[in-house]
Design a protein around this ligand. Structure first.
Ligand SMILES: *Cc1c(COP(=O)(O)O)cnc(C)c1O
Length: 466
C-alpha cells in the first residue's frame, strides 16, 4: 500500500515510512492511496472471529508488503491480550437498540490503547529491522500521553517525550503518565494549553534541526496513520456483534481531533453498512459549527469537564477535507492556509456532501452532567464525561430507532471522578485493580515555560544517545 499527502506535494511513501514520519514534508497528513473494499459476503464470513483475528483481516491490506502476515498476527495477539476483557471491546446495552461500546478496557482506560499498544510494537519491529532510533514527541490533552507511554515503555529503539498542559489534565491522567518508570520516558508539563503543546510539536516536526541530525522524530498523535488504521477495526467488531453486515448501524463518537470518527468514516467506505455517524463535541465545537453552518472558524479554547476533547482545531479533519475536495491537495493546502488566518467556507455542494456523511451536536457541561446522572439513575451505569457527550448527541441526532445506535465509550469513568461528582452521582467510580495504588506511586515530570526553544533544548539533551 502507498500513502499520499493531503497537501499533494510530499512524496508518496510505503507503510514503514508513514509509520515513522508523522506529518508529511509539505505539512499534510498521509492517507492511503486507495482503500481496501470488503464485500458483505466477506464481512459476514468474519462472524465469530476473535478481536485480533478480525483486526488482522481489516488491517492487513494497509500493511501487507511491510510486515509478513505471521509477524503481524503475532503482534496483534500480543496487543489485544493486554486488555482486561475477553471481548476486548464489549458492548453494554443502555436501552432498546442503544449501546455503548466500552473501549476503555486497555491498560490506561481510554480508547487510545487500541492504537497505541499496537503502534509501540509496530515501531519497535520496524526500527529493529532498520537498526534505527527515533524520538517520539507528542502533545496530549490527557489520554494520548498515557497510552503512548504505556505503548512504548518497552520499546528499545524509542525515546518518548510527552508534552501536557500544566495543571490542565486530571490527576489520574497525569499520574498515569508520570508514574511509569523507564529511562526512555520523559514527561514535560508546559505552562500553556493543549493547543500550545500541539503547536510546539507541529513546529518541531517541521524543523528537526534541534536534534542535530542524529535521530528523527516520530508521531504518536492521531496524525500518525497507524492510529487511525487500528481504530477502524472496532466499528466492524460492533457491527458483527449486533447483526451486521446484514443490517446497518449508527455510531455516535465523542470527537476532538476527528481521529476516531474518521476511522468510522473509513470503515463505511471499506464496505461496512453504517447509516449514521454522529460527531459529538463539547463546547469546543468547531466541527459542529462547520457542519451546521459551513463556517470553519477557530474560537477561544474553553476548559470543560471533558478535557480530552478540549481543542480549537481538529487536525484529522484535513483528511476528510481532502476527500471532500476530490483529493485535490492544492485545494486543501490553500484552504488550510486561509483557515490559519480567519474563517473559511467550502463550496456549497461539497459542504452538502459532508452533511450527508455526518450529523453533529455540541453538548455543554450541564447537559453532560445531566446525562451522567440520567443514565446512572436509569441503568446504574456510570458514564465518563466524554462518553456522556456521545450518548447525549446520539439521542439528540438519532434518525431511525430501528437502527442500533452505538456510542463509542472512550474512557473509564474513574479517569474523571470530578466530573462524575459534579453530575450529582454520589457513587465514586473505582479504578480497576491494576491501578488501585496509582495515588501512591512516585511521579516524575519537568515543568517548562510555554516556549519552543526551551522544550527543544530539553529534548536534545535528554534522549538516549544525546
Ligand atoms: C482522545 C479522546 C477523544 C477524542 O478522540 P479524537 O480521535 O481526538 O476525536 C474523546 N474521548 C476521550 C476520552 C479521548 O481520550
Amino acid at each position: 500500500m502507498r500513502y499520499i499527502s493531503t497537501r499533494g506535494e510530499a512524496p508518496a511513501l510505503g507503510f514503514e515510512d508513514v509509520l515513522l514520519t508523522g506529518l508529511a514534508a509539505d505539512g499534510g497528513l498521509y492517507v492511503p492511496e486507495s482503500l481496501p473494499h470488503f464485500s458483505l459476503e466477506e464481512i459476514r464470513s468474519w462472524r465469530g472471529l476473535s478481536y485480533s483475528e478480525l483486526a488482522f483481516n481489516v488491517m492487513y491490506p494497509f500493511v501487507d508488503d511491510a510486515i509478513p502476515a505471521d509477524d503481524f498476527r503475532k503482534m496483534l495477539d500480543e496487543t489485544y491480550s493486554v486488555f482486561s476483557h475477553k471481548a476486548v471491546a464489549p458492548l453494554v446495552q443502555l436501552d432498546t437498540n442503544e449501546w455503548v461500546m466500552e473501549l476503555f478496557r486497555g491498560p490506561t482506560l481510554a480508547f487510545k490503547d487500541f492504537a497505541l499498544q499496537l503502534l509501540g510494537r509496530l515501531l519497535d519491529y520496524v526500527l529493529e529491522k532498520r537498526k534505527q532510533h527515533v524520538v517520539i514527541m507528542g502533545a496530549t490533552s490527557g489520554d494520548t500521553g498515557s497510552a503512548a507511554i504505556e505503548g512504548c515503555r518497552r520499546c528499545e529503539h524509542v525515546d518518548i517525550f510527552i508534552l501536557h498542559p500544566y495543571e490542565r489534565v486530571s490527576e489520574v491522567q497525569r499520574r498515569q503518565m508520570t508514574t511509569v518508570k523507564g529511562e526512555n520516558i520523559h514527561n514535560i508539563a508546559v505552562r500553556g494549553n493543549f493547543d500550545d503543546c500541539q503547536r510546539m510539536v507541529k513546529e518541531s516536526f517541521g524543523n528537526q534541526s534541534f536534534l542535530g541530525g542524529k535521530t528523527q522524530l516520530a508521531a504518536v498523535n492521531s496524525i500518525n496513520w497507524a492510529r487511525i488504521m487500528a481504530q477502524i477495526v472496532y466499528y466492524f467488531q460492533a457491527s458483527l456483534a449486533l447483526g451486521g453486515p446484514d443490517r446497518s448501524m449508527a455510531f455516535s463518537v465523542p470527537t476532538g481531533n476527528f481521529g476516531d470518527i474518521f476511522a468510522g468514516y473509513l470503515a463505511k467506505k471499506m464496505g461496512l453498512p453504517i447509516s449514521q455517524l454522529v460527531i459529538a463535541t463539547n463546547r469546543n465545537d468547531i466541527l459542529h459549527r462547520f457542519m451546521s453552518g459551513n463556517k470553519y472558524e477557530q474560537h477561544q479554547l474553553e476548559h470543560t469537564l471533558s478535557p480530552s476533547m478540549d481543542i480549537m482545531v481538529s487536525s484529522n479533519f484535513e483528511r476528510l477535507l481532502f476527500d471532500l475536495h476530490g483529493r485535490d491537495g492544492q485545494a486543501v493546502k490553500k484552504l488550510l492556509e486561509d483557515a490559519a488566518k480567519g474563517p473559511v467556507s467550502i463550496e456549497d455542494y461539497r459542504w452538502r456532501h459532508a452533511r450527508k456523511l455526518f450529523d453533529s451536536d455540541a453538548v455543554d457541561d450541564k447537559s453532560t452532567c445531566d446525562t451522567i446522572r440520567e443514565i446512572h439513575e436509569q441503568n446504574e451505569y456510570l458514564l465518563d464525561p466524554h462518553t456522556a457527550i456521545g450518548v447525549r448527541a446520539a439521542r439528540n441526532c438519532r434518525r431511525d430507532s430501528s437502527v442500533p445506535m452505538i456510542t463509542l465509550g472512550t474512557a473509564h469513568p474513574a479517569k474523571f471522578p470530578d466530573a462524575v461528582a459534579e453530575s450529582g452521582v454520589t457513587v465514586k467510580p473505582q479504578l480497576p485493580a491494576h491501578m488501585a495504588d496509582l495515588f501512591e506511586r512516585e511521579e516524575r515530570y519537568t515543568v517548562l515555560d510555554n516556549n519552543i526553544a526551551g522544550v527543544q533544548e530539553f529534548i536534545s539533551k535528554h534522549w538516549k544517545n544525546a
